[in-house]
Design a protein around this ligand. Structure first.
Ligand code: 5GP
Length: 126
């Protein structure tokens, strides 16, 4: 079943400038901004500027330029937020929730970059 993108989702409104955001980084293909309800000292959301519902939608249908721009934005955010292990910093977790089991709330693809404290296990034990 093809994905249907909802132009009224909150991140689409942020991209159109209808809702303010606290921007951390921007390039031609991605925007990164602070989560409104941070779950760690560093909690940044990285979104593509294109109309993609989730990670597999983006991976399958985005152009190479969009994918590169998005990946570079994540790298830039890690540097700006001082969580890059390769720079001797304490690391981070990147999470892209998708669909019902992934408990995705906003239907515009986004990656959470979380850090600034030990984050515990990846998943709670079932
Ligand atoms: P999801 O559960 O879809 O992976 O995560 C959506 C995230 O978007 C949540 O962490 C939530 O706090 C964040 N969020 C929802 N609405 C807004 C908003 O208007 N502005 C910002 N900056 N973050 C939002």
């Amino acid at each position: 079943m093809p994905y249907t993108y909802d132009d009224q989702n909150i991140f689409a409104k942020i991209l159109r400038g209808e809702i303010p955001n606290n921007t951390v980084f921007e390039n031609d293909h991605a925007l990164a901004f602070r989560d409104i309800t941070p779950q760690a000292p560093v909690h940044v959301l990285v979104i593509p500027k294109g109309r993609y519902v989730n990670h597999d939608h983006f991976a399958n249908e985005a152009s190479d330029a969009e994918i590169v721009g998005y990946a570079r934005a994540i790298g830039a955010v890690c540097k700006l937020e001082n969580v890059t292990p390769g720079d001797g910093q304490s690391g981070y977790r990147s999470i892209a929730n998708s669909g019902e089991d992934g408990v995705q709330e906003v239907p515009h693809f986004h990656t959470h970059i979380l850090g600034g404290r030990p984050l515990g296990r990846m998943l709670a034990r079932a």
